[in-house]
Design a protein around this ligand. Structure first.
Ligand SMILES: [Zn+2]
Ligand SMILES: [Zn+2]
Length: 492
């Protein structure tokens, strides 16, 4: 492939474009566009082709009520407050949460945060800014100057497509861009009607504000940004001739650039899964899921996702579900214990944070799909109710013994577990201790008691030991404590 720039020096990167309108953040359904674009970029890079992902943000587009409701999480007060802004470009609407310069920028940052978490790093091109700074001016001028002629050519060449508005005028009075209708373009004037204002108006073509109709805008940006590949949803594709019209406009009017199109199917998501996949699937897996049979529609249900996770291997021979069911119960508890130990090298730190992340994703997956979470839990008072003193004493001594072995340098190993097991073997009160400690540790399933004593964090075991010591304290020990307190008083 030729990577040289036209002057023969350097190279021009392969530009892959994706698009969005940051009128809301939404759930996983909006991600297929970017995951598809990212896949193209990565494939190009693997083939040695320098490639860049663009996110063309249609911030000149109007806000509608459906987007507003999703954007503000159905907050009735915010809906009421922002309804009057519907119809205006999202770049000119204030941030509902007051933290950014505009409504559009608030959701741009949220979207970028999400994409970065998936290791997708697009360059954002803001359409509103591009129009304001005059980047689209040549395309707009061409469109307005040849308005009627372009309409006729489209009608003749594109299956009788006769667009009324090649350009969306932004009303100079109400600032809306969704309710204007061009009535004629002649001799340097644009005549239009604003439905919201109920008025006929006219402006000179050089002064009129607004943006090209979507199909023309698409053709303009192919040429403006020299786009080589663009992702295109099936829905846009299905809108009969969209692509053909954009191709025709680009070829005949705007400069001739036509990108390769990567088409992707619709993504449907069962309601219960909305927002869950981002939490429960590690990024690499989520991306693999969303690019499954990319050109086809994807119906994500609980069963489909669980089945995918049974097949997806996180390392050779271990599927994600295997990991969650077999390794997570131990890993989730052992990890906190490992964090107590000093790190040897910085690569230990990387490994730890990667493992930590996998545990966090796995736990959210397990909580959602199997209703089970694995973590260190502090004992509840009821666990100690009505327990025989002998059981309390054995439990206390078992924890002390385990801590002693671990202080002596034994870590989570078979040898350590064997020694703990031997400790129980010698004690007749042991059978009652197992269920009691399970309750105290709040671990109804997962690793067995010897494993728990070997892997639970030492600080945690120390605390439980302290509680058990207090409960099994003899009167003589009480006396000593009192004497000790008095000694402190005297010293003070
Ligand atoms: Zn904000
Ligand atoms: Zn108006």
């Amino acid at each position: 492939m030729n990577q040289s720039a036209p002057n023969g020096f350097g190279f021009t990167p392969h530009i892959v474009a994706t698009g969005f309108t940051t009128a809301f953040l939404g759930d996983e359904r909006t991600l297929r566009e970017f995951v598809a674009g990212d896949l193209v970029v990565r494939t190009m890079l693997k083939r040695g082709r320098v490639s860049v992902l663009y996110l063309i943000n249609d911030t000149y587009d109007p806000l509608n009520e459906r987007q507003l409701r999703v954007g503000v999480n159905k907050d009735p007060a915010l809906i009421e407050k922002f309804k009057p802004f519907c119809g205006r470009p999202i770049s000119e609407i204030p941030d509902p949460y007051g933290c950014h310069d505009s409504y559009a920028l608030h959701f741009t940052e949220a979207l970028l945060g999400r994409l970065h978490s998936l290791d997708i790093h697009p360059v954002v091109l803001d359409s509103y800014q591009a129009y304001q700074s005059g980047l689209y001016a040549p395309f707009v001028a061409q469109t307005l100057e040849g308005y009627a002629a372009i309409q006729e050519r489209l009608a003749a060449n594109c299956q009788q497509y006769t667009p009324r508005n090649l350009f969306r005028v932004q009303c100079p009075e109400c600032r809306c861009i969704d309710a204007t209708d061009i009535r004629g373009v002649e001799a340097g004037w644009v005549a239009f009607h604003c439905e919201r204002c109920g008025k006929d108006m006219r402006q000179v073509t050089g002064a009129v504000r607004g943006k090209l109709a979507w199909k023309l805008d698409c053709a303009a940006r192919w040429n403006l940004y020299q786009i080589d590949t663009e992702t295109f949803s099936k829905t846009h594709f299905a809108d009969l001739g969209t692509l053909n019209i954009s191709k025709f406009v680009s070829q005949e009017i705007f400069g001739g650039k036509i990108p390769a199109i990567v088409k992707y199917g619709d993504l449907r998501l069962s309601r219960e899964l909305s927002g869950r996949l981002l939490e429960a699937l590690p990024p690499r897996m989520l991306k693999a899921l969303l690019t499954t049979r990319l050109r086809r529609d994807l119906d994500l249900t609980r069963d489909y996702v669980e089945n995918f996770c049974r097949k997806y291997t996180i390392r050779p021979g271990v599927s994600y579900v295997d990991y969650v069911r077999q390794e997570l119960p131990r890993k989730a508890l052992a990890l906190e214990s490992e964090l107590e130990r000093p790190r040897q090298t910085s690569s230990d730190g990387h490994r730890e944070s990667a493992e930590n992340e996998l545990v966090a994703f796995g736990n959210r997956f397990s909580a959602f799909f199997y209703n089970k979470r694995y973590d260190v839990r502090f004992p509840v008072a009821e666990a100690f109710d009505g327990i025989e003193p002998a059981t309390l004493t054995t439990a206390r001594d078992a924890i002390r013994h385990a801590l002693h072995l671990r202080d002596g340098g034994m870590h989570d190993s078979e040898a350590l577990k064997l020694q703990i097991k031997n400790f129980f073997a010698d004690r007749p009160s042991a059978p009652g201790v197992y269920p009691f400690l399970r309750k105290v540790f709040g671990q109804t399933d997962g690793p067995n008691i010897t494993s728990l004593l070997a892997i639970l964090p030492r600080n945690y075991l120390n605390t439980v030991h302290l509680v058990l010591s207090a409960l099994t304290r003899t009167p003589r020990e009480d006396h000593e404590t009192v004497a000790f307190d008095r000694g402190e008083e005297k010293a003070a």
